[in-house]
Design a protein around this ligand. Structure first.
Ligand SMILES: *Cc1c(COP(=O)(O)O)cnc(C)c1O
Length: 328
């Protein structure tokens, strides 16, 4: 069903699913499993590579020679885009929020190692200046392909429709169903793709998004954004179904101090996963989502016999930018 869409192979799939025995015991709640999209393969992994397979596929089909995208200084999406562009022979421009750091660390260090061309844009951390910079590049004769913030459009979101097909195949060997899939949600491509894939491949598990960013994109609620993107995606694939905003579970309880502000929730999650499982969750996305899962378990949200899948979406290089916050 997805074969008709151009796709450039960037990942090593399927990513593993395994049980978190120690964390399950420690929390004395439902059985916790993990799906390792921190191990998608290229440039230290992450969820954006799944989207980029379709985005870069489309860029190559359109004969682009340059891609441009944007995000925060520590953007995982930008790091993965730089890697995807590198192995596809494309020039990569990154439009990053903030100012040029004096000591490059984490994702930004990796962007520099991959020789992405960087444009710092101060207060704008969601690619607001992409159109302007893309125009300049076009005027210089570049064939520019624009990848939106987070890679979250109908093309990128196909990556998580495909991920659900992969998941469905994997669990066909399991003697049980997951009651819930829980994950970090921010620009919407991951959750929309999962929601469409859930319908398409008849997956029973509930999808529970832990919201990471307080600020909304465009002038709509996040549930509206998800249903709009999912409906556009359904049309793009050619499916006759539709979503409403209330079809999506978006949990706003763990927004803390806002995007990229590390609090007790994230610190505890990072340290617990490291100590008990040797797994690193990141301080911005997966640490917040795992912190949310831990809190939900402590508050009795799940029954003990239930099974929860934490879908790890990557982001681990950001850890190396936050030693002060994490070790305080
Ligand atoms: C981008 C990102 C997310 C959120 O995915 P969206 O598709 O933007 O909602 C979650 N975790 C990590 C590590 C990310 O980099």
């Amino acid at each position: 069903m997805l074969e008709k869409f151009p796709r450039k192979k960037l990942t090593i799939l399927p990513t593993p699913i395994h049980k978190l025995e120690n964390l399950t015991k420690y929390l004395n709640g439902p059985e916790i499993y993990i799906k390792r999209d921190d191990l998608t393969g290229l440039a230290l992994g992450g969820n954006k590579l799944r989207k980029l397979e379709f985005l870069i596929g489309d860029a190559l089909k359109n004969n682009a020679d340059t891609v441009i995208t944007g995000g925060a200084e520590q953007s995982n999406h930008c790091r993965q885009t730089a890697a995807a562009a590198s192995i596809s022979g494309l020039e990569c421009h990154l439009v990053l929020g903030g100012e040029e750091p004096t000591e490059p660390k984490g994702n930004y260090l990796l962007d520099l190692l991959m020789q992405a061309k960087i444009h710092f844009t101060g207060e704008f951390r969601k690619g607001e200046k992409i159109p302007e910079i893309a125009e300049n590049l076009k005027n210089k004769g570049k064939k520019v392909y624009i990848i939106p913030y987070g890679g979250s459009n109908i093309i990128g979101a196909l990556g998580y429709v495909a991920a659900m097909e992969e998941f469905k195949k994997q669990i066909s060997n399991f003697p049980f169903n997951f009651d819930e899939i829980i994950f970090a949600t921010s620009s919407g491509g991951t959750q929309s793709g999962m929601a469409v894939g859930k319908e398409l491949f008849n997956i029973e598990s509930k999808l529970h998004g832990i919201k990471i960013d307080k600020e909304e994109i465009k002038n709509q609620t996040y549930n509206e954004l998800l249903s709009e993107l999912s409906n556009d995606l359904l049309k793009h694939i050619g499916l006759n179904k539709s979503f409403t905003p209330s079809d999506f579970i978006v949990n706003n309880d763990y927004l803390g101090g806002g995007y990229g502000v590390i609090g007790e929730t994230e610190i505890e999650a990072v340290k617990l996963c490291a100590k008990l499982e040797g797994i690193f969750v990141d301080p911005v996305y997966t640490g917040r989502a795992m912190g949310g899962l831990i809190d939900l378990i402590r508050n009795g949200y799940y029954k003990k016999e239930q099974k929860v899948l934490f879908w790890h979406t990557g982001g681990t290089p950001a850890l190396f930018n936050y030693s002060n916050e994490l070790l305080k």
